[in-house]
Design a protein around this ligand. Structure first.
Ligand code: FAD
Length: 316
């Protein structure tokens, strides 16, 4: 069953979360530890993020520095396979445009096909840290929709070199949506037009960027439906775990934090109090979303495994 079938067949709101591949050289144990903590809530699937390469400076033997392009978190495909085979929970690796050539993407698709992993989340990925704006990789894709087209062609059995062969299993995939607008979109309508194009191209569901005010999600769903987007729209939630996120989350993810939440967080004098407020806020959001009949909730669990566990324990 693919993600949409899994959530449609779920008798109640489904639960999912994401893990990051370990930093280069680290073991996979931390990923397994996260899953061991959260598996009691019966995740229908687990997402595995993907990370672009960044330019870093390396000291050479001569003492000079040279610029090299490096991935600090490689291994999304391998981590997806390890999860799916160890836990028998469907793995949903993310594929991104940034930092990947079309050929590298094709190799990843071939590997995933061998591994029996057939669900993907297709994304553009972010700009490199040194860039002012997103620049596509040479011979890479510019937008998530271009990645969708490559996957669609692959599903039809067409490879980049022009050869054709029947592929045994077809990929199905979701895409990202932004209740508060993607940071680069000139307005909500343009962003929605591009989202509709992604769905029309073949995305069978949407996962949203995190939001802290459910009305933003409800408005977004209403606008999507009015625009003729009829696929499931999975809300993404993140429990706040430290006070720095008050400024980091708006800056990095371009989301607003409601004033009531900010006031509650500003009253906290310890990290434990911040975590408690974060869990309570997230659980309240989740309860309302479940009461509203959302098909599934996706949790952004980076550095928040324990908080996600607390939220899930109160709402699932
Ligand atoms: P796109 O759909 O390409 O949209 C990017 C911008 O371009 C938007 O402003 C859109 O309106 C516009 N646009 C879209 N199509 C077109 C077009 N054809 N012509 C002109 N403009 C267009 N990042 C990672 O690096 N790794 C991850 O694992 C990862 N996981 C994520 C998971 C979720 C659920 C979400 C919500 C985001 C994730 N991201 C991840 C971040 C994501 O890559 C960034 O938000 C990125 O800036 C945009 O990705 P996208 O797929 O929405 O891009």
């Amino acid at each position: 069953m693919n993600v949409v079938e899994l959530i449609k067949n779920s008798p109640s709101t489904a639960f999912s979360f994401e893990v990051l591949p370990p930093l280069k050289g680290n073991s996979i144990d931390k990923v397994f530890h996260t899953i061991d903590i959260l598996r009691e809530f019966e995740p229908k699937y687990i997402n595995i993020t993907s990370h672009r390469s960044e330019l870093v400076y390396k000291e050479t033997d001569s003492g000079l520095f040279r610029q090299v392009s490096e991935k600090s978190r490689p291994g999304s495909v391998a981590v997806a396979a390890a999860i799916q085979y160890k836990y028998h929970i469907p793995a949903v690796p993310h594929l991104i445009c940034s930092g990947f050539t079309k050929r590298e993407t094709e190799y990843a698709l071939i590997d995933l096909n061998f591994l029996g992993i057939t669900d993907l989340l297709l994304l553009r990925g972010d700009k490199a840290k040194h860039e002012a704006r997103f620049t596509p990789t040479t011979d890479g894709h510019s937008h998530a929709i271009d990645l969708e087209e490559q996957v669609n062609r692959f599903n039809e059995g067409f490879f980049l070199d022009g050869s054709h062969m029947e592929v045994s299993q077809k990929f199905s995939y979701g895409v990202a949506g932004y209740p508060e607008k993607h940071e680069e979109a000139p307005n909500l309508e343009t962003d929605l037009r591009h989202l509709k194009a992604k769905v029309d191209a073949g995305a069978s569901y949407i996962v949203t960027q995190m939001f802290f005010d459910n009305d933003k999600y409800f408005d977004f769903v209403a606008r999507c439906r009015a625009a003729g987007i009829n696929v499931p729209i999975i809300p993404g939630l993140k429990p706040i775990t430290n006070i720095n996120q008050l400024s980091i989350l708006p800056k990095v993810f371009h989301v607003d934090l409601p004033e009531t939440l900010v006031e509650e967080l500003e009253k906290c004098t310890t990290d434990a109090m911040v975590k408690e407020v974060g869990v309570e806020w997230c659980a309240t959001q989740a309860r309302e979303l479940i009461a509203h009949g959302v098909p599934s909730i996706h949790f952004y669990s980076l550095n928040a495994t324990e908080s996600v566990r607390c939220v899930a324990a109160t709402v699932y």
